[in-house]
Design a binder for this molecule. Structure first.
Ligand SMILES: *Cc1c(COP(=O)(O)O)cnc(C)c1O
Length: 473
């Protein structure tokens, strides 16, 4: 074997062996971490030795060092936050992405990475029922997708006022207000901060009982200061109950007032890929920009989010970059013109592979199947003695609360009991749920995003929760 080959062979073979050791028995491993903070620190944090270590040994020692600290979030019984696993082809393509180690900022720097992104961008727009002419960017996640979309919004809204924000900055421009609902995700707030729009200009309007922004409230807010440049941020799937704003009603109202409409569909935009759930996104194609993730419901490895912008020129103007030492090809798409990053990972490969592995029918089946499992989990857990269904999943998100069985138990007791049951489920290693405080009450969130979750997993989790409740009596 030649020297280069042997230098890579052992570490990569070790990685393959360890990866299969993690992935193949995923159903048998504890879903939760089993190592403590102290033990992880004790194993992993030491002063960097003077001498280097053989590559394969580094891999072996890394694996033993992290043992117990790797959460089985890529496995089938992980229902915390909103987290997907990795489809096999996507994971393999992600490994190759590292092996190829392309700088996917420019076509000239990796023609294949640029073209794969072009293909993936078109496929994504098709699946998500977005305008075929929209521009797009593959970024690290929904957070940076919001930044990308809102940078385009900032450009377009201020250009209408005769201001070149990229050149002049924000100091001489009128404040842009961002109207959104109380159910917005925190990444919207951070995007607003990063873009210098100012958190005080973000106005959270009260959502209704279904988590949707009422038309009248939006209309009144838009009329209140009708000359202010405005962004309206709507939601396709909020993180607690998966609520969808009424796009068909709200977008025309926002447009009438000259606002830029952005949709946070970090996971919910994927409902568009399913005939059964697509109606939830009726009218969403009329927005100006959209955010979704690849690393959640599509089951692409982290980091992978997507930004889409209807006004290509606003998108390009807000981010594009030219420098004498860069090589631009007139015909090709340089990713750098659309993304906030400069040097970047060729993250299109994993998305391309995920979409190829699933096909259109497979994406639709993934959405339908996970929604079905979420519904079964929540309704059946909710009917267990001592449990209450707070929100029946409309898509793949629902809420459960547990009731302290003692006589005269108060709401605060039920809150504490809910946390206790969640902790006990976690300690069992059988399933992973995370909590939330929803409308003033503690609740267990149920989010199903993983391609591997099966009917047997659902049965197993319901049994585990039933046992946990029984033991807590
Ligand atoms: C997860 C999530 C985000 C943030 O996405 P990242 O990919 O973690 O940046 C934004 N909005 C909603 C609704 C989400 O669920």
């Amino acid at each position: 074997m030649d020297q280069t080959r042997s230098a890579f062979c052992e570490p990569l073979s070790a990685a393959l062996k360890h990866a299969l050791g993690h992935l193949a028995p995923a159903r048998e491993l504890s879903v939760a971490a089993t190592a403590s903070l102290e033990s992880l620190r004790a194993k992993l944090c030491f002063s960097l030795p003077e001498a280097g270590t053989d590559g394969a040994r580094v891999v072996d020692e890394l694996v033993s060092g992290v043992e117990g600290g790797i959460i089985n979030s890529a496995g089938p019984r992980f229902f915390g936050w909103v987290i997907g696993g990795s489809l096999p082809a996507a994971l393999a393509a992600d490994w190759l992405t590292s092996a190829w180690d392309q700088n996917a900022g420019l076509y000239a720097c990796s023609p294949a990475a640029a073209i794969v992104e072009e293909a993936a961008g078109q496929w994504l727009k098709g699946l998500l029922h977005l305008p075929a002419t929209a521009s797009f960017a593959l970024v690290t996640g929904a957070q940076m997708a919001h930044v990308t979309c809102l940078a385009a919004a900032r450009h377009a809204l201020l250009a209408k006022q005769g201001i070149d924000v990229e050149r002049d900055g924000l100091s001489g421009s009128p404040a842009i207000r961002i109207l959104t609902s109380t159910e917005k995700h925190g990444t919207i707030v951070r995007a607003v901060r990063l873009l210098g729009l100012g958190e005080k200009n973000l106005i959270s309007l009260q959502a209704d009982a279904d988590g949707r922004l009422p038309a009248e409230i939006l209309t009144n807010a838009l009329q209140e200061n009708s000359t202010a440049p405005s962004v309206v941020v709507l939601q396709a799937g909020d993180l607690n109950i998966g609520a969808f704003d009424d796009f068909q009603t709200l977008i025309p109202i926002a447009k009438k007032h000259g606002a830029w409409v952005h949709i946070d569909g970090a996971f919910g935009l994927w409902a568009a890929a399913s005939a059964r759930y697509r109606h939830l996104l009726a009218g969403a194609g009329q927005a100006d920009s959209w955010t979704t993730d690849g690393h959640k419901w599509l089951n692409v490895p982290y980091d992978c989010g997507y930004a889409f912008v209807a006004d290509r020129e606003a998108h390009r103007a807000s981010l594009s970059h030219r420098a004498a030492y860069l090589t631009h090809d007139a015909d090709a798409r340089d990713q750098m013109d659309w993304t906030p990053e400069y040097s970047r990972r060729g993250r299109g490969f994993a998305t391309y592979a995920a979409l190829r592995q699933l096909g259109k029918a497979g994406v639709e089946a993934l959405i339908d199947r996970t929604c079905g499992h979420a519904h079964a989990l929540v309704t059946r857990m909710g009917s267990l003695q001592g449990a209450e269904m707070l929100w029946e999943p409309q898509i793949n998100q629902g809420l459960i609360r547990f009731h302290d069985p003692r006589n005269g138990a108060t709401d605060a007791d039920h809150d504490a009991f809910t946390d206790r049951i969640m902790a006990a489920i976690l300690a069992s290693g059988e399933a992973f749920f995370t909590g939330t405080t929803w409308r003033g009450r503690r609740a267990m969130r149920v989010s199903v995003c993983n391609w591997q979750t099966s009917t047997e997993d659902v049965e197993r989790v319901i049994k585990c929760v039933a046992r946990t409740l029984e033991a807590a009596k």
